[in-house]
Design a protein around this ligand. Sequence first.
Ligand code: NDP
Length: 240
Amino acid sequence: MSSKIVLITGASSGIGAATARRLAIAGHHVVIGARRADRLEALVLELNEGGHKADHATLDVTDRDSVSAFVEGAYERHGRVDVLVNNAGVMPLSPLASLRVEDWNQMFDVNVKGVLHGIAAALPLMKAQGHGHFVNMSSSLAHYVAPATAVYSASKYAVRAISDGLRKEHDNIRVTEISPSFTESELLQGGDPDTMAFVQTMADRFSIPASTVADAIAYAVDQPADIDVSEIALRSRAEV
Ligand code: NDP
């Protein structure tokens, strides 16, 4: 299958938007989702005017019904769902002692429950069609914890665990976990101001382009059907 139906959550900016561009240019049909409809519309227009296949629907990954509508709508329009890139995420970092409980809840709602909602929507369709591929956006912070990253790291450790379990439970479903470190995007918003200012200095030094992460996702998507690219980790050489 050379041209796949690829759904991408969190495609209104950053890694998701770069992945949509990369996969559409490779000949896949991308269905992009996020909350900011104006961003999605502009990206679809850009891709369609370039001769590429793309459509969009707004979604909020914290809402199971919204994710179901996004996935089922794509299935109805295109007849199959080959790949779901569970990319939407937030990272309002803070030390635990600051008790930013709303931020903790948001990170679990978007980063963990958002991925689970994607699986709940797409897995039955993929099982019925006999194939499917989940690309779950993890992080270098799914592999270690730094001060102020405990809750975000926990959310991404959870994505690792869910990805591993999903792979082990299904023979004909491919599961790829992507673990980038600092990447150019709009991720650094909210959180504890001092923490986020420090993280911004690190991001300024070490960020890799979002298109590099998109290339890694394209590599996993374009492997033969019997190859599971289980994990790809990426970081700037300068950060090592
Ligand atoms: P961006 O902030 O640029 O992109 C995040 C995307 O998630 C946006 O499109 C946003 O769209 C979407 N999003 C946020 N909340 C929701 C929601 N409730 N429902 C639907 N979509 C939502 O950051 P990145 O591109 O960096 O983030 C993409 C993924 O990469 C995240 O999972 C992040 O954790 C991960 N990551 C990023 C790294 C980095 O350094 N940038 C490093 C490692 C991992 P909208 O606001 O329009 O809904």
